[in-house]
Write a protein that binds this ligand. Structure first.
Ligand code: NAP
Length: 278
């Protein structure tokens, strides 16, 4: 079809991705004629695939697991956010340039805001030190919580994460602290975010009951995964009804990518419930 704008999402596995449905819904709102495909690409054929899609006239790509760091490496221009996070989930082809941005953090913050969960001056417990945690922490810090507690199964990675982000946090008057997964000191959290992929491989919550007991009465728990109730969510429900999965984050990060490509702000309000009905 003539004048069709071409976009795609790359990752492995990719068959489950909801990005095509989301972007087509956004496009419909503005009567934009676009196609949005998904390609199962692994690290070995990533660079070659990017160059082929660029030559084939694609205007932009979303990048998901496990390619966000490889995408960061391939871009010759980066947003500050992507540069800090060393993660790219949104590529724009412009002339000879491959421009990288990261919208995961904005997706999380916008979804928390939709759900009336406040970050400013709050105590956040961020669990995980992989791509998702590092992709989200830039925006979390910019939302000015009081403290962010960091932890990870491989604790040295949480320590490295603190070291890496500490000066940015200090610049924003945010305190970063590391705590062990099995900590037992008395702490209070307003929000616990599970940024691990533990439910892909484990039947158990990555956090102990003790950690959930440190959640304030009006606190909330956020699971970045979506599609099913994870062990983290089940444990969280024992403590509070304010438990959310990452579907809203997915929609909001897509909206932020859409905004980068089309300079338009799509309506996200009913998309989460539509996706749940599929
Ligand atoms: N909703 C959204 O839009 C959205 C966006 C991005 C990511 N996500 C989700 O976020 C999750 C993490 O993604 P990622 O990119 O950060 O993956 P990643 O880079 O592979 O990192 C995985 C993280 O999970 C931890 N982990 C894995 N298995 C664990 C277990 N059994 N117990 C405790 N910790 C465990 C790892 O700890 P070690 O360092 O010890 O291995 C690491 O911190 C994924 O489930 C992804 O689907 C959602």
């Amino acid at each position: 079809m003539k004048n069709i704008k071409k976009f795609a999402v790359l990752g492995h596995p990719i068959s489950h991705s909801l990005s095509p449905q989301i972007h087509l819904l956004f496009a419909k709102e503005f009567a934009i004629n676009l196609e949005y495909k998904k390609f199962d690409i692994n690290k070995d054929n990533f660079f070659e695939s990017i160059n082929r899609l660029k030559i084939d006239g694609y205007q932009g790509l979303n990048i998901t697991l496990p390619l966000k760091n490889a995408a960061y490496e391939i871009c010759n221009k980066l947003s500050e956010r992507a540069s800090f996070s060393k993660s790219v989930n949104t590529i724009t082809f412009l002339g000879d340039n491959i421009i990288g941005d990261s919208t995961d953090g904005r997706g999380l913050i916008n979804d928390l805001s939709n759900k009336k969960i406040k970050i400013k001056s709050k105590n956040i417990f961020l669990v995980g030190a992989g791509g998702a945690a590092n992709g989200a922490i830039y925006d979390l810090i910019q939302s000015k919580p009081e403290k962010i507690f960091l932890t990870n199964r491989t604790f040295t990675k949480a320590i490295e994460m603190k070291k890496y982000w500490n000066s940015f946090a200090k610049k924003n008057q945010v305190i970063l602290e590391t705590i062990n997964l099995d900590f037992s000191n008395k702490l209070y959290f307003d929000l616990i975010i599970n940024a691990t992929s533990s439910s892909l491989t484990s039947q158990h919550s990555p956090l102990s009951e003790y950690a959930f007991n440190c959640l304030k009465d009006e606190g909330a728990c956020y699971e970045m995964m979506y599609g099913f109730e994870t062990p983290f969510m089940t444990k969280a429900y024992e403590k509070t009804d304010s438990v959310y999965d990452g579907l809203g984050m997915l929609v909001e990060q897509a909206a932020a990518s859409f905004n980068i490509w089309h300079q338009l702000v799509p309506t996200t309000e009913n998309i989460e419930s539509y996706l749940k009905s599929l």
